[in-house]
Design a protein around this ligand. Sequence first.
Ligand code: GN1
Ligand code: MG
Length: 359
Amino acid sequence: MEEIISQFKIAGKPAEIVPLGKGLINDTFLVSTEGDCENYVLQRINNAIFTDVDLLQHNIEAVTRHLRAKLIAEGADDIDRRVLRFVPTAEGKTYYRDAEGKYWRLSVFIPRATTHETVDPEHSYHAGRAFGQFEASLVDIPDTLGETIPDFHNMELRMRQLRDAVKRDAVGRLAEVRPIVDTLESHADAMCLAERLGREGKLPKRICHCDTKVNNMMFGEDGKVLCVIDLDTVMPSFVFSDYGDFLRTAANTVAEDSPETYKVAFRTDIFEAFTRGYLESARSFLTPAEIDNLPYAVSLFPFMQCVRFLTDYINGDTYYKTAYAEHNLVRTRNQLRLFECTQEQQTYMRRFISTCLND
Ligand code: GN1
Ligand code: MG
């Protein structure tokens, strides 16, 4: 790994390299340096999943450049802790392909900031503001961003992938999960609403983060969001992505892979705080159709994640990192329960959102 780090123009000498974070896709390491030089985050990009690393890095460079320029224009302070900074290689690229064909990148570690696997309402309010702000800041990005995973949050595609997996039944797990497949099928049409609205021209695509799980942002000492991280999936999508995926992770009373399904519940305190924050910074650009369907988004993301985990389980765990054989099945059951909880709260959510907008 030292050999890889030496490809990047870092300040200081690497002292220690340790695994970092809980991502399910890339491998991430913290590289601390000797003395009081800045530390770094080294990532191996999973190019089985992100097959177009050039496009991926083009997106990330464009986004961080645009966010940085905005912060400078606003006269913001502490800019290096508020937007990621990637370290170039000797050839001036933001990634390095090693002799084995693996892809690596290095960014400056943001000091005195923390990530959380769970948040309280106050953090959620700030997270809502930050993601609304993130989307608002990218409305006028001059670069064209590509889809780093084509149709990433397209529910119709995710259903097709599930049906393909069911047809193949590659590792003989179908019989065990048939009832779950049937339940998901019974909601599939309703959950593909976004794609229908999109085709009817009623729903725009905007640049979204598309992986707003709660551990993908860094908080400062004041409880506010310093910096949004994990930018691999920043791409054009429906706004439901960011709103829905945050609540999928933050408003679940347990972690997405908790086997204690009976403990899964949808936290309305988190929902209210996040929604208030999000609407504060996003209402200026959201259309009525987007606002009307925010409660749908809250159900869509546990549903989509359930479909994705189940598809991976049926396929024999080829996509997500797993720690044990039933891991994806446990995740599936958890997300299905969360989906059901969010379905029960649709009317309440709708009322809360309209109260917020009238305040
Ligand atoms: C993956 O990389 P990570 O762990 O932040 C996944 C998300 C899922 C999430 C589920 C590229 O995110 O879409 O929602 O796991 N990212 C990709 O925990 O598939
Ligand atoms: Mg992550």
